[in-house]
Design a protein. Structure first.
Length: 280
């Protein structure tokens, strides 16, 4: 049964899609030697705004002929999610369920008119849960049916937080949304952790935000992701950071290179594997 992790924050520009892309790619690299479902990763593109980054990072077609997530969310019964999933050109064990800006915006508009609209993603993914080790779900930076569906379909929610005063401003609203999902749909939904992103620790503001986060959420703060040119260059090169800055000798044990960004996302991948193993 796949472990589902939704990457969410109700504020844009916090590195949410970047985290979803590189977490999925790192997991694919770490598990590439495992056979069958134990080595396969699925990345679900629920963010209309992040569609271009997610699609181009893994070399998938922007408008696949086999449908997209909007079809899964709106059609009853939903079509086959497995048939829609496209394989990444960079990682043969990584698959993407594509969204699309226009289609997903329309889905967000129509979903509230549908029966059982909060559980549509969960229902569509249930038949393929045994096909993958991890399902990573990228989300829009707004409260609404796409975010709620993404939380209902998840075991964990990972929350990227930009280390600025504006970056933490939306956390209370997100916590309220998570609480409501727990009450009505998923009482077992867990916060995996808060991930400081775009971190510049030499800045006084960033230091104060990190202290505030640790005081507010003790034991739930993940090791930070620092602001790095490699992440921007990887994006503009249509790659995840592990593909853009690969290690000299590739192996599942060592997926990071001299690039700090690869080291920090590799550390996040290891944390996910340690916390979600068979005994957790």
């Amino acid at each position: 049964m796949a472990v589902s992790i939704t990457v969410a924050n109700e504020k844009g520009g916090v590195g949410k899609t970047t985290t979803a892309v590189n977490l999925a790619a790192g997991l694919a690299l770490k598990l590439c030697n495992l056979t069958g479902s134990k080595g396969k990763i699925l990345l679900v593109d629920m963010d209309p705004q992040g569609h271009a980054l997610l699609a181009t990072s893994f070399g998938i077609k922007p408008f696949p002929g086999g449908g997209n997530l909007a079809n899964l969310l709106l059609e009853s019964p939903p079509p086959s999610a497995l048939r829609m999933a496209q394989r990444s050109q960079h990682h043969p064990n990584l698959y993407i369920l594509p969204g699309g800006h226009t289609e997903m915006v329309e889905a967000a508009r129509l979903l509230p008119t549908q029966m059982a609209n909060e559980t549509r993603l969960s229902r569509a993914l249930t038949p393929i849960q045994n096909e993958f080790a991890f399902v990573i779900i990228d989300t829009p930076p707004t409260t609404g049916p796409l975010l709620v569906n993404s939380l209902v379909a998840a075991d964990y929610v990972m929350i990227p937080v930009e280390t600025s005063y504006l970056g933490v401003s939306g956390l209370l609203e997100l916590q309220y949304t998570i609480d409501q999902v727990r009450v009505h749909f998923r009482p077992d939904l867990r916060v995996f952790g808060y991930l400081p992103t775009l971190c510049e620790e030499q800045r006084l503001e960033a230091q104060e935000i990190l202290r505030e986060l640790n005081n507010r959420y003790p034991g739930e703060i993940l090791a930070p992701i620092h602001k790095a040119s490699d992440l921007a260059y990887a994006h503009s090169s249509h790659m995840d950071v592990f593909t853009y800055k690969p290690p000299r000798h590739k192996s599942p044990e060592f997926i990071s290179s001299s690039s700090r960004a690869t080291q920090e996302y590799a550390r996040l991948v290891d944390c996910v594997l340690e916390r979600t193993g068979p005994t957790n």
